[in-house]
Write a protein that binds this ligand. Structure first.
Ligand SMILES: Cc1cc2nc3c(=O)[nH]c(=O)nc-3n(C[C@H](O)[C@H](O)[C@H](O)COP(=O)(O)OP(=O)(O)OC[C@H]3O[C@@H](n4cnc5c(N)ncnc54)[C@H](O)[C@@H]3O)c2cc1C
Length: 540
């Protein structure tokens, strides 16, 4: 019998919020003090062995498409594992899909961001319909008729997994259908067509023919979709059931066999005269649905920051318990450098994601400009750092990290997705250039955010001067390096103002130099132990 030794205890039955001072501080700073008690309760629940196991189970048992019933009727139903429903039910019960819309108040979007940050750590697949439902509200507001009918269902916290007309259910989830086979980034190239069909009470209904090449969470109750009308790309709300109580003509061709995100279904669908309601104006579909896209992009940054936090927590936990060469890994100088480097990356992602969420709680010009520029910028850079981060965190666990039973393999497979969907890296950087061109005051406002911190750090001062010069002539081919520098400048400023001097100093020393290579490159003299102690999950 092999004796099991030198293996750490599992990191479970801990509170994802109480054990994370960096998240707690950010939530308070950005206005979500009022929600801490509820978020602590959610953090405790998500950190239980039961919920951690549910996340793994939901991924080990991916959804299954059933196209026809036993008699041959088309049914287009996708069944999910019980664990998926348990986690999605928990997310809805905590209002992660709608809380800030139901009770708008200072800090509401930040509070929700805190909940989602923790949800992503346990299961990212269910975050997809949660995020799309939350985001859809911004677009649905363009259609008073649809608002009156759908918002009460969307706002409900009573998750209802049954497949039946939305008016018979206790709640509704909303998905998104933009991407088509011939092009996803270039939405003007969409070929699905919509023909006017009926009008009733000021609401206009169309029949849609065409397809969607990626449509995730296909058991949502309705989808915001783009289709061409004579005026150009137009936005529609397409329910799974028609008012007559029949299945709408959304036929699921197949489910994608994906690298990660396996608990979630992503489908290809064919629209064979599906009934859809016009949202906004004909021909204005892209700006209308992109309002939804801004919120899901915010969620990509939050979700990746959450995944980083979980990767870091697992890595530090392992290093605290595992010995090699007669010493704990955490006491090995080179491992401490790697862990501290991961810790500052994780903290930088967390503070920027929460700062960005605050911009969604504010309505002044500065906040709107911040949203417009920093949403795609943060999505690009935080998500771009994700896969490298996960690979390094995985390596801290050695061979165990590569094994599916440890959750780092799942985190590693999940990471690239946030960079690809909702606008891939290049598209995000081009979006930043467009936003800066359209809002010339934005760059000064963003540099102003960094300014206060410059007095404390000459490296940031020099960085800001360079950014200012480069912003005068933005070059498309250099957009990635400009956006990266913009984001690390914002992150450095936040860390200088709000993190410890050790964290801020290590970040400026490595990230403002612009090379951003592997982890574990912190310079000699860095107080790595203090950085790790700050970030270590506060358990046992
Ligand atoms: C698991 C999964 C689930 C998804 N779920 C949904 C969903 O529910 N609903 C939905 O609508 N979509 C969904 N998508 C689709 C996703 O949003 C798109 O795949 C993504 O937006 C990219 O579009 P594309 O695949 O058509 O790639 P393309 O548009 O062909 O882009 C390919 C590459 O070219 C780059 N590129 C594009 N234009 C430029 C340019 N001008 N300059 C430089 N580079 C450029 C892009 O950044 C990208 O790297 C999902 C995707 C995945 C992987």
């Amino acid at each position: 019998m092999i004796e099991v030794s030198n293996q750490p205890p599992p990191l479970e039955n801990y509170n994802l919020l109480s054990s994370d001072p960096i998240l707690s501080e950010a939530l308070v700073r950005e206005g979500a003090n009022f929600a801490l008690e509820d978020l602590r309760a959610l953090g405790r629940k998500l950190g239980t062995a039961e919920m951690i196991a549910a996340g793994a189970e939901a991924n080990r048992n991916p959804p299954v498409l059933k196209s026809f019933d036993r008699y041959g009727h088309r049914i287009d139903e996708v069944t999910f594992h019980d664990s998926w429903h348990a986690l999605l039910g928990l997310a809805l019960a905590n209002g992660l899909h709608s809380g800030p819309w139901v009770k708008p108040r200072k800090g509401a979007h930040v509070a929700r961001a805190g909940g989602c940050f923790m949800l992503a750590q346990i299961e990212s697949g269910v975050y997809c319909p949660v995020s799309m439902t939350y985001a859809a509200v911004a677009t649905l507001k363009h259609a008073p008729g649809a608002v009156a009918e759908w918002l009460p269902r969307i706002y409900s916290r009573a998750y209802d997994p049954s497949f039946k007309p939305a008016e018979q259910k206790t709640s509704a989830l909303i998905g998104m259908g933009m991407t088509e086979n011939q092009g996803g980034s270039d939405l003007r190239a969409n070929v699905s067509r919509a023909e006017p069909f009926a009008e009733s009470g000021g609401r206009r209904f169309y029949r849609i023919h065409g397809h969607k090449w990626f449509m995730s969470a296909p058991m949502c109750d309705a989808f915001l979709m783009l289709a061409q009308t004579a005026a150009g790309p137009t936005c529609f709300l397409v329910p799974r059931w028609t008012e007559e109580g029949t299945r709408n003509a959304i036929h699921i061709r197949r489910l994608k066999d994906k690298l990660g995100n396996r608990s979630n279904a992503s489908s290809e669908v064919e629209l064979e005269g599906a009934l859809g309601e016009l949202i906004g104006e004909e021909g204005r579909g892209i700006p209308t649905i992109i309002e939804m896209g801004n919120y899901t992009r915010l969620d990509c940054a939050i979700g990746t920051a959450g995944l980083m936090r979980q990767g870091l927590a697992q890595a530090v936990h392992h290093a605290r318990h595992r010995r090699a060469f007669q010493k704990l890994l955490i006491d090995q100088a080179l491992m401490a450098n790697v862990l501290a480097d991961l810790a500052i990356e994780s903290e930088a992602a967390t503070v920027l994601a929460m700062r960005l969420a605050r911009a969604y709680d504010e309505e002044d010009e500065a906040a709107l400009a911040y949203r417009r520029v920093v949403t795609p910028a943060a999505k690009f850079w935080i998500c771009k750092r994700g896969p490298a981060f996960a690979a390094e965190a995985m390596e801290v666990l050695g061979g165990n990290g590569y094994v599916e039973e440890f959750n780092l393999a799942r985190i590693y497979r999940e990471m690239p997705l946030n960079s690809i969907w909702e606008g891939s890296g290049n598209v995000m950087c081009l979006d930043v250039l467009r936003a800066l061109a359209r809002t010339p005051a934005a760059i000064d406002m963003l540099l102003g955010e960094m300014h206060e911190a410059c007095n404390a750090d000459g490296r940031l001062r020099a960085h800001v001067v360079k950014l200012q010069e480069r912003s005068r002539q933005l070059d498309e081919g250099q957009a990635r390096s400009f956006v990266r520098d913009l984001v690390v400048g914002l992150q450095a400023a936040l860390l200088i103002r709000h993190a410890t001097a050790d964290v801020a100093d290590a970040f400026s020393a490595t990230r403002l130099s612009g090379d951003g290579g592997a982890f574990g490159l912190l310079p000699a003299g860095t107080n790595v132990r203090a950085i790790i102690d700050r970030a270590a999950p506060a358990v046992n």
